[in-house]
Each structure stands twice: as C-alpha cells, then as structure tokens.
Design a protein around this ligand. Structure first.
Ligand code: CP
Ligand code: NVA
Length: 309
C-alpha cells in the first residue's frame, strides 16, 4: 500500500521512533561532510521527489531538496502558480500525472482537503509540507531536537503559548503517539481543533487548556510557540492584542523547569510571540531545530518509500 504522510498518525508511534533513530544515525555518520554529498549508502539513488508550493517556504523547501540529494536522489521544485494547477487543472489530475513521472510528492497547500485529494489519486507517496490543519514534518524535527537535547519524550511536559494552529495540532498528535503531555495557553476564540486532543487523550496523553500563561508554563520541560498570524490569515490587530498575554518572555520562561527548552518552528516574529532574550537565549533550540528539518525529512522520505518502519 502507498505510504502517505499527511499526519503523524499515518506513520504511528513505532515508525516515528524508528525514523528519529535513523535520523540520529544518519546525521552522525555524515558529520563534517559537505552538505551536498550523498550518504554512503545513497538509499534513494534513482528516485525523484516533486515538491509543490502553494505558500512561501524556506526551511521546508531547502530541507526536502537537500534531504533527497543526501539520500542519493533528485528533486523538482514547483510553485503552484507556475503549474497548470495554478490555473485550474484539478488536484486529482495533477496527482495522476505526477505519479507516472516521479517517485514521491511533497506539497505545501492552503487547504488540507487538497492534500487528502492528492493522496487519494496519487499512486506514489504524498507528504504534507504544511497545510492549514497540520505540519507533521516540522514536528518530526521537533521530536528529534528534544531527544537530542537529552529529554526523554514519554512523560515530558510540553507547554504551548499563543495561537491554536497547524503546528500545535501536530504537537498534540505527537503527544498521543509518543506519550507526552501538552498544556495549551491560548486566548478565547483561538483554540486548536478539538479532534486532535480527543484522539491524543484516547491514546493516553494529558492535553489541557488554560487561559493563564503562567499556569501553562509552570514546571514545563518544553515551551513552544509560533507566529500569531499564519500564512493566509489576516494581520488583525484584535488578534495580536488577544495574543499578547501569551508572549514568551524571560519572566514566563522562569516558571518552567530550569532545564526547559524553547522551540519555535520559524519564521519568528520577534517582539510578538517571543522576545529576543528568549529566542536568542541559552534555553533556545531554534537553530538545531531548523537544521533537524533536513535530518528528519530524510527519515520521512525513507519511511514513505518503504525503507524504514
Ligand atoms: N518551519 C517551516 O516550515 O518553515 P518554512 O515556512 O520556511 O518552510
Ligand atoms: N503556523 C505557521 C507555520 C509556518 C511554518 C503558518 O502556517 O504560517
């Protein structure tokens, strides 16, 4: 069966653990090498990944492009506006055409329903490079980063401050699959989609929501946030005002464990969701987190193409 990676639960906890272990091994095996050199085993030699972007991207674009190269394959990167997709060719027809020409498709789109449609019609793996609903590839990198920092995932306490968005949805999903807890601090009207918490709770995670940022941050192992205004959303002053009590400041970090780590998927809006003293501070893991997009995306490609898990 074709392995699509639309959400983390498409892989499941065991496969995610295998992907993270493989990412750690591959990263260590090529330490100090030129970044464009292929891994010694070049496991995806002869394979081509097509990438489609309906929204801007720096990390997802570069990490997947370098990931397929390091695995020995090649890529085709397309902005949707330059494709026939951008002038009305259907997602279904695009999926069927690309399936005959490439080995896997990664798409960043504004509407999760589109990626589901693409997966339905594609006969090669479809990978979610961010939708309005979720960002599973980002969270693969976040899990890798947290584990590398020395924190065991099971039983760890994560705190999310700010908007109840796509990145948070994938963190909640990961909590259920990898057995950690998430406390969510969001203003009224900006809560995450409750379906993710229902599913994670059923898998044994503790997912709680509070309006009190200090309560959310208290005793946390990981403090995470993201932009208050995601791509495609209006830059609304009332939303910014509502988010302000959830800004990650040094005072707020002081309520977390002294060993707590700060995560942000980037791009950051410094002075909005987080202040410089935190994002550039000693607890911040943002640069390894960004680099780990590359290492994590290699594992996602290997899993999707049946080489892992
Ligand atoms: N974090 C992330 O997905 O970054 P890009 O939007 O730059 O791809
Ligand atoms: N929530 C953000 C993530 C960007 C990587 C967005 O969707 O724009």
């Amino acid at each position: 069966m074709t392995r699509h990676f639309l959400n983390l639960s498409d892989a499941g906890g065991d496969a995610i653990a295998a992907m993270i272990a493989d990412a750690i091994d591959r990263k260590a095996a090529r330490a100090g090498w030129p970044k464009g050199r292929a891994d010694a085993d070049a496991p995806l030699a002869g394979h081509t990944l097509a990438m489609i972007f309906e929204k801007n991207s720096t990390r997802t674009r570069v990490s997947f492009d370098m990931a397929i190269r390091q695995l020995g394959g090649t890529s085709i990167v397309m902005d949707a506006g330059g494709m026939q997709l951008g002038r009305g060719e259907t997602v279904a027809d695009t999926a069927r055409v690309l399936s005959g020409m490439v080995d896997a498709i990664m798409i960043r789109t504004d509407d999760h329903a589109k990626i589901e449609e693409m997966a339905h019609y594609a006969t090669v793996p479809v990978i979610n490079g961010l939708t309005d609903l979720s960002h599973p590839c980002q969270i693969m990198a976040d899990l890798l980063t947290v584990i590398e920092s020395g924190l065991a995932l099971p039983g760890s306490q994560w705190a999310w401050l700010g908007d109840g968005n796509n990145v948070l949805h994938s963190i909640i999903e990961a909590a259920g699959l990898m057995q950690f807890d998430v406390r969510i601090g969001v203003p009224q009207g900006y809560e995450p989609d409750p379906r993710f918490a229902v599913e994670a709770t059923a898998r044994g995670a503790c997912i709680t929501l509070s309006r009190d940022a200090v309560e959310v941050a208290s005793g946390a192992d990981v403090i995470a946030t993201d932009t208050w205004i995601s791509m495609g959303q209006q830059h609304a002053q009332d939303k910014l005002a509502a988010m302000m009590p959830y800004q990650v400041t040094r005072d707020l970090m002081a309520h977390a464990k002294p060993t707590a780590k700060f995560l942000h998927c980037l791009p950051a809006h410094r002075g909005e969701e987080v202040v410089d003293a935190v994002i550039d501070g000693p607890q911040s893991l943002i640069w390894p987190e960004a680099e780990n997009r590359l290492h994590a995306q290699k594992s996602v490609l290997l899993w999707a193409l049946g080489r892992l898990g």
